[in-house]
Write a protein that binds this ligand. Structure first.
Ligand code: ZN
Length: 329
């Protein structure tokens, strides 16, 4: 990422699949925002999930991209849910500097009946369980994992809780997903997914402004009352809360216009965007390495006609290994 800062409007719009870092000096807020188009469609079209599941995975992908692009080192950032609802697993990971992959695991019948019963809100589809954020800096470092309970709150809210717990940084996250219907060049109806998101964090130069003794006797709702006494953060939080899902996903609005609408009175600056791409990190060699850890009995049990086929859950690529290749390791 270049250090050069530019005033909003100095360059053209970042466009889809490009994470735009921003800073609002007047409010001591820094953040990132993005609209996802092609990346999201290539992931979701490949898997052909029911719309309710696609929507959940899209939110997870936006969250992953917003946080992953903030890593200051080489590594991998993963967001993963594990819950007891019809959609029991969502996983998205971001490998620096720009690669994203994701998949969902769900019970098809349970999702269909939840949709039919009008019980397909994200919270209901997930049920209760945990959301884990994992930062992996490679083989020489212990991965860091933060786990937050998923208890019927939205991913937006859960992400805010994670940042308060792990980094003590007041954080507001907004996520939006939309389905667009338009026509291609030949006039055929076309369906496309869009998603957008924004993360805003309160990072004042004087660290004591971030700490706050709870003198108010509080009403117990820490999530909304954090740092309420700091006027800058209170204002930023209120502004971010005015964003609606349509604005986050509308290609006509774009990230820069949205940021301008929210923060122009406080001097918002945007920085050079970070492009993100639908790219899996699986390879024939890596999966072969896993299979080579299998015992002779396991290989025998997994083989069919003298070969083992493995399909990557993320990108749906199938790799086939003749048993002889694995035995000769
Ligand atoms: Zn793959």
């Amino acid at each position: 990422m270049a250090d050069r800062t530019v005033e909003l409007g100095e360059f053209g719009f970042a466009g889809d699949d490009r994470v735009v870092p921003f800073q609002v000096e007047g409010l001591d807020v820094r953040g990132r925002a993005v609209q996802l188009g092609p990346l999201l469609n290539s992931i979701l079209d490949r898997h052909d999930y029911p719309p309710a599941v696609a929507r959940l995975l899209a939110e997870t992908i936006v969250l992953t991209v917003l946080i992953g692009t903030s890593l200051k080192f080489e590594g991998k950032f993963t967001v993963q849910t594990k819950t007891d609802g019809p959609v029991d697993l969502l996983v998205a990971d971001f490998t620096t500097p720009e690669n994203v992959r994701a998949y969902a695991r769900f019970d098809e019948e349970a999702v269909a009946s939840a949709v039919a019963a009008g019980e397909a809100s994200p919270e209901k589809l997930l049920g209760t369980g945990v959301l884990a954020f994992t930062i992996d800096q490679g083989s020489f470092m212990q991965p860091y994992q933060g786990i937050v309970p998923l208890d019927g709150s939205s991913l937006e809210e859960i992400a805010g809780v994670y940042f308060r717990q792990s980094e003590q940084i007041p954080t507001r996250v907004r996520l939006g997903v939309a389905e667009l219907y338009d026509r291609d060049q030949t006039g055929k109806p076309r369906h496309a997914w869009r998603a957008g998101g924004l993360i805003a964090q309160f990072l004042p130069e004087a660290p004591e402004r971030m700490r706050h003794p709870d003198l108010h006797g509080g009403d117990g709702d820490d999530r909304d009352n954090d740092h309420a006494e700091d006027d800058g953060w209170a204002e930023a939080r209120l502004l971010v809360d005015t964003v609606d899902a349509d604005e986050l996903t509308d290609p006509q609005v774009g990230i820069e216009r949205l940021l301008f609408r929210l923060f122009h009175e406080r001097g918002v600056r945007v920085y050079e965007p970070n492009g993100v791409y639908d790219r899996c990190s699986c390879s024939r060699e890596k999966i072969k390495g896993v299979l080579q850890g299998f015992s002779a009995e396991e290989i025998e049990a997994s083989q069919e006609d003298g070969a083992i086929g493995v399909t990557c859950e993320f990108c749906s690529t199938t790799y086939t290994y003749p048993v002889s290749e694995l035995e000769n390791a």
